[in-house]
Design a binder for this molecule. Structure first.
Ligand SMILES: [Mn+2]
Length: 330
């Protein structure tokens, strides 16, 4: 933390980013850090490889979260001294920013709560004990008498914590998490209003897509593994976008006896996105790691460079091995 503060003090121009397909923690942490740096008088831009998810639009007030395009933002990057990637341990998850950033003489920082992957950032502020990157950003404010958490910052950090803890339900939710949430609430934010904006604005196209997802669901390995899939065609027919799938995988996880849940989504003809959930017995980040992905023991993801038809059996075989090894080790 001290070293990070020194980096901040010694520099003036910052760019913030988060991972592709950003979540509430990535966005909330960016916004928190944006204001933190602004309060210290720094120049700050936020450039994200992916478009801003609509549900988090309400957090974007009086500043802009740019959807990165090399032509438009090259100059900003050229003028930048420090690039800070939030909620990313894995450099490649900066998406389209990687091409330009990796050729530049930029000092790169990762602030994250995931285990480090293939160390490529110049500096890491990592705390795997906290629920979310937003908790780390909160502690920046806590440890700095010059910085103050305003209502808009509190709202952004609360969204980060709420979404990354599964609404304060995962094991990563600590007493410290609740203390931080309490501190944020005392800044005057309204929990139901935030909950409503994040979780109760589903698009109608989510429903036909959910229908497909549920009818494709399979239970294998003595019902211990549940999986389902969605093709591009199904998304198209439902008029759906990727955000419409949020939370689908967690429905399968709630089925009794299910230990591992997997959701496959077709990216294109030769690439399949795989998301994993575990109830705790099997660390799914190990599975994701086999395909260059990553995450937490209970929630992870990877992209398999195979058509979905092949990716499904490939992955199911890996799961079978994992279950078998676990049995033998007992
Ligand atoms: Mn996170």
């Amino acid at each position: 933390m001290q070293k990070f503060k020194e980096i901040v003090e010694a520099n003036e121009r910052f760019v913030l980013t988060t991972h592709i397909n950003p979540d509430g923690d990535g966005i909330g942490s960016e916004i928190g850090l944006y204001f933190y740096l602004k309060q210290l008088g720094k120049s700050v831009h936020i450039l994200n490889a992916s478009k801003m998810p609509k549900i988090y639009d309400f957090l974007e007030n009086g500043f802009e979260i740019h959807h990165y395009s090399p032509d438009e933002h090259e100059q900003i990057l050229k003028n930048t001294q420090i690039l800070i990637a939030l909620d990313i341990g894995d450099y490649s998850r900066m998406g389209s920013l990687v091409d330009l950033v990796s050729t530049m003489n930029l000092f790169t920082v990762s602030i994250d709560h995931h285990p480090k992957m293939r160390e490529r950032f110049d500096f890491y502020l990592t705390d795997t004990a906290v629920s979310s990157t937003a908790e780390i950003i909160f502690s920046l404010f806590e440890n700095d008498s010059q910085a103050e958490i305003t209502r808009e910052i509190a709202e952004a950090l609360y969204v980060g914590i709420m979404t990354d803890t599964g609404r304060f339900s995962y094991d990563s939710t600590s007493s410290e998490t609740h203390k931080i949430a309490a501190a944020l609430l005392s800044c005057g934010i309204e929990p139901y209003s935030i909950f409503n904006k994040v979780y109760e604005q589903n698009r109608r196209s989510r429903i036909p897509l959910l229908k497909d997802f549920l009818s494709n669901a399979q239970f294998v390995q003595n019902q211990r593994v549940a999986y389902s899939f969605l093709t591009r065609k199904m998304l198209q027919n439902a008029g759906a976008i990727r955000e419409d799938m949020n939370g689908f995988i967690d429905l399968l996880r709630t089925v009794e006896g299910v230990e591992i849940t997997v959701m496959f989504t077709e990216i294109d003809r030769n690439a399949t996105r795989v998301n994993f959930r575990s109830r705790g017995k099997y660390p799914v980040n190990i599975l994701a790691g086999k395909f260059n992905g990553g995450g937490h023991p209970n929630a992870a993801g990877a992209t398999i460079e195979e058509p979905m038809k092949l990716a499904i059996p490939t992955l199911l075989l890996e799961i079978e091995k994992m279950l078998k090894n676990n049995k033998e080790n007992k």
